[in-house]
Ligand binder design. Structure first.
Ligand SMILES: [Zn+2]
Length: 398
């Protein structure tokens, strides 16, 4: 560990939870814990795993970093103090914050600067391939699950873990840290380990850390009881390892009153007409049979709940093939469809043409994060920015 003889208070407020570098070359793992201050399970898990590695002096390949997220909010056990640290990671906002004087920055903007600096120092000094994992917990009871931006590198790596995987949440959220890292082209997984401050959340975060170390080739599996880590995740995930996509976000404004009815749990099946919540005294009911996801049972947060649906496995493999064949190149032969930049990362689609294609069609090809001007849709492609070459020799991407 890097903290040496620091006092307990200094340890709790250090940006680095720990840093371990192996004698042999290998991947670089970057874990974040406590980006939300009321979600300390990830921090605790990383401390435990780092300690165990040091105690047993396991040989390592590559490097691992544990990064503490919102330190002032962690100390106060609050999601955030001024702004949500997981909603300000978009390029224009970051450029703005980087140009500000420090005294003009909000508490969370200062945290962003600290973390941003750490990430880029690591990328400049540590070797590829890179794996980013961001630990969270939820206010409602939940199975542990992974959230990813839908690029094949993320899909393939996620599918190694025996937990459900949620695609497409970034389309509904502005500025989560992982979308920013995903745009840099690296494997980046969000892991929601369970309900805030529960044993299950701690156990699952620890298991997830060990398995990430093993699957990435950082740690040899002979040092860890892999079967037990897998079993722990399987048990809490109730053997569910389905892929889902987000189809609805129930947004709430700071000024509105929102009360979720008690008893809902992520991944619960909901019947049409089920009374879900009171929003500004209005009854919110399910419009069709659906699956509820991350119902909000705390004061802070901008999402009342999400709805998700299962993605059939044939759709997953069909879309993977379409992407490998770069089918989107054919699309640009259509009138009204063109690349918006020479790098072919974004597709510009005339609205008159776009209405002939449904949103799921573009999703199949790896396009997400749609922004529009009056006459065009701009669609970003997760595949074309992914730094696939970096992962070419891994067992999970071959
Ligand atoms: Zn969180």
């Amino acid at each position: 560990m890097t903290q040496g003889t620091l006092s307990e208070q200094e340890v709790k407020t250090a940006r680095l939870i720990g840093k371990l570098v192996g004698e042999e070359k290998g991947p670089t793992l970057i874990f974040f814990g406590g980006i939300h201050g009321n979600e300390p399970s990830g921090v605790v898990a990383l401390e435990r795993v780092f300690e165990e590695i040091i105690r047993n002096n396991y040989p390592l390949k590559g490097a691992v970093y544990g990064i503490r997220g919102n330190i002032p909010a962690l100390l106060r056990k609050k999601r955030f103090l001024e702004t949500d640290l997981n909603r300000i990671w978009y390029k224009t906002q970051i450029e703005l914050i980087l140009r500000k004087r420090e005294e003009d920055c909000s508490i969370e903007e200062k945290e962003l600067l600290g973390i941003h600096k750490e990430i880029f120092t690591i990328l400049e000094t540590a070797a590829a391939p890179y794996y980013f994992v961001d630990f969270h917990t939820t206010s409602s009871p939940t199975l542990p699950f992974i959230t990813i931006n839908d690029a094949l590198i993320n899909r393939n790596f996620s599918s190694l873990f025996p937990v459900p995987v949620i695609l497409g949440i970034e389309e509904y959220l502005e500025g989560p840290l992982l979308s920013y890292i995903n745009e840099l082209g690296y494997v980046s997984l969000g892991f929601e380990s369970g309900q805030h401050n529960t044993d299950a959340a701690a156990i699952c975060s620890i298991a997830f850390t060990w398995l990430t170390m093993i699957y990435s080739g950082f740690l040899d599996e002979k040092h860890v009881d892999v079967e037990n880590q897998i079993k722990a995740l399987q048990k809490y995930a109730e053997s569910n390892r389905t892929f889902y996509e987000v189809i609805y976000r129930h947004a709430i404004k700071e000024t509105s009153t929102f009360k979720m009815l008690p008893g809902f749990k992520s991944f619960d099946y909901i019947r049409k007409g089920t009374f879900l919540a009171l929003h500004n005294s209005k009854e919110i009911k399910a419009k069709k049979d659906t699956i509820i996801f991350m119902p909000l049972y705390q004061d802070q947060g901008e999402e009342g709940f999400f709805l998700i649906r299962e993605i059939p496995s044939w759709v997953l493999s069909f879309s993977a093939s379409l992407r490998r064949w770069k089918t989107d190149t054919l699309l640009t032969m259509l009138p009204g469809v063109s690349w918006s930049q020479p790098s072919k990362e974004q597709l510009k689609v005339n609205l008159r043409v776009a209405r002939f294609f449904s949103k799921p069609f573009f999703h199949l090809l790896g396009y997400r994060n749609k922004t529009a001007d009056r006459s065009h849709l701009i669609l970003s492609n997760r595949e074309r920015v992914a730094k696939k070459e970096m992962y070419r020799n891994t067992f999970w991407f071959k």
